[in-house]
Design a protein around this ligand. Structure first.
Ligand SMILES: NC(=O)c1ccc[n+]([C@@H]2O[C@H](COP(=O)([O-])OP(=O)(O)OC[C@H]3O[C@@H](n4cnc5c(N)ncnc54)[C@H](O)[C@@H]3O)[C@@H](O)[C@H]2O)c1
Length: 391
């Protein structure tokens, strides 16, 4: 008799039935390859990442909001208290504005004549279509809004998005609609949203153009780096877990993960890394790029707690498939959580990190610690991936 049964669950699916629930389908039919990884992702998210007071950061890349995933998945996750803070590309926030402003996007086709589309003033994101006026009207909205007095100073992107979200929320109220925009929902639920490359989107382009006029709005990227680290430090020092839910990869993936090296390597504060890592991506690891870098590689940087490596999941599948499934699974398996409203705690968390930095940080080289890679006691047993822990 093989010893496999002691190490792994038996691979035994059940037949798919009529009217099956998403969670049941995932648990009984997603057994191997990326289906297996997606099932592990669902369980990791629902059973560990959102367990208790665990703090969950989500990073967004790829054209997710144009595809409607803001409304279908990201807002429900925020509303249920399952996503506490976000790092997004500017593009996802810019295209989110179209929905919040009541504009129309269409489910088209990837097989259209782009020269004809250009002539007809139609924009294409793969199979998503909308009028060029959608861009022009959204740009005008951004330019008009950021003329307000509350925008006339240097600020981090979480504050910028909060202020912008309030205007989108007001527009939703005028239109008589609700929960159409991630920015508006984040404003209402106190979910801080950062962007790692503020100049690299149409939002940044409009901010830049207004700087040529008399706008005083400048983005404080240092505050973004320290504020995101402060969120993670507050979670870990308060005894909660810190999890990263990475959609795609890109600069937002690194911006979320670098919070741990910022705490340990740069600020000299003792920490072990994020507790749980979940990524859905098409990026491969063998090119050396950060988008495809595995959780194992992240462990070597101190980004992920080595104790939890068996629980980390990478699912190589399109986010437009994985995100709705993970969302449906979590909403049906876990009770909604009290909103953490991290935005309301931003100054307090920032000051707490600054205090620790002045206690431990220095300008000179910081001593290298290797003891943090040793496993903590009492962490043995089987992980959600079915793999045995090494401890
Ligand atoms: N109008 C705009 O404002 C606009 C439009 C497009 C892009 N941009 C900017 O360009 C930059 C790049 O953005 P991007 O989001 O296109 O990132 P990207 O194409 O660099 O993708 C990042 C990573 O995510 C992966 N990925 C992308 N889509 C995925 C999906 N559906 N499923 C799984 N993995 C996926 C990619 O393979 C890559 O590894 C950003 O700074 C963004 O703001 C701006």
């Amino acid at each position: 008799m093989s010893s496999l049964n002691k190490k792994f669950p038996r691979l035994l699916p059940t037949p798919i039935k009529k009217n099956m629930r998403v969670a049941d389908l995932v648990d009984t039919a997603f057994k191997a390859y990326n289906g297996g990884r997606l099932a592990e992702a669902c369980r990791l998210f629902s059973e560990k990442m959102i367990a208790g007071d665990g703090v969950v950061g989500m990073s967004l890349t790829g054209a997710l909001t144009p595809a409607g995933l803001g409304i279908s998945a990201i807002i429900p996750l925020m509303k249920a208290g399952f996503v506490d803070w976000i790092i997004s590309t500017g593009a996802n926030l810019y295209h989110d504005l179209h929905y919040g402003l009541g504009m129309q996007l269409y489910a088209g086709s990837p097989f259209l004549d782009d020269v004809a589309l250009r002539r007809d003033g139609i924009i294409r994101i793969y199979d998503v279509l909308f009028d060029y006026d959608v861009l022009l009207d959204t740009d005008a909205f951004v330019r008009q809004v950021i003329q307000g007095p509350e925008f006339q100073h240097t600020m981090a992107t979480d504050e910028f998005h909060y202020l912008l979200g309030r205007y989108v929320y007001e527009r939703e109220r005028l239109l008589g609609v609700k929960e159409t925009s991630v920015l508006s929902a984040a404003y209402q639920f106190g979910v801080p949203i950062f962007t790692s490359s503020p100049g690299d989107s149409s939002i940044g382009m409009n901010v830049a153009a207004m700087a040529l006029r008399d706008s005083k709005l400048l983005i404080d990227v240092n505050r973004d780096v320290n504020q995101t680290a402060a969120i993670v430090y507050a979670a870990k020092s308060g005894g909660a877990t810190s999890s990263v839910f990475i959609l795609g990869g890109g600069s937002p993936k690194n911006f979320m993960l670098q919070t741990e090296p910022q705490i340990q390597e740069v600020m000299g504060i003792e920490e072990r890394g994020h507790d749980y890592f979940l990524q859905c991506t098409d990026a491969r690891p063998d090119t050396g790029g950060l988008s495809g870098a595995t959780p194992g590689e992240a462990v070597s940087w101190g980004k992920i707690d080595p104790d939890n490596l068996p629980d980390c999941v990478v699912c190589y599948a399109d986010s437009t498939i994985t995100l709705p499934i993970i969302t449906a699974y979590a909403l049906s398996k876990a009770a909604p959580r009290k909103l953490k409203r991290l935005y309301d705690q931003r100054d307090k968390q920032y000051e707490a990190l600054r205090t620790q930095y002045f206690k431990h940080g220095q300008v000179e080289k910081i001593g290298h610690r290797t003891d943090l890679a040793k496993p903590k006691s009492g962490r043995s047993g089987r992980s959600v991936t079915g793999k045995k822990r090494s401890a």
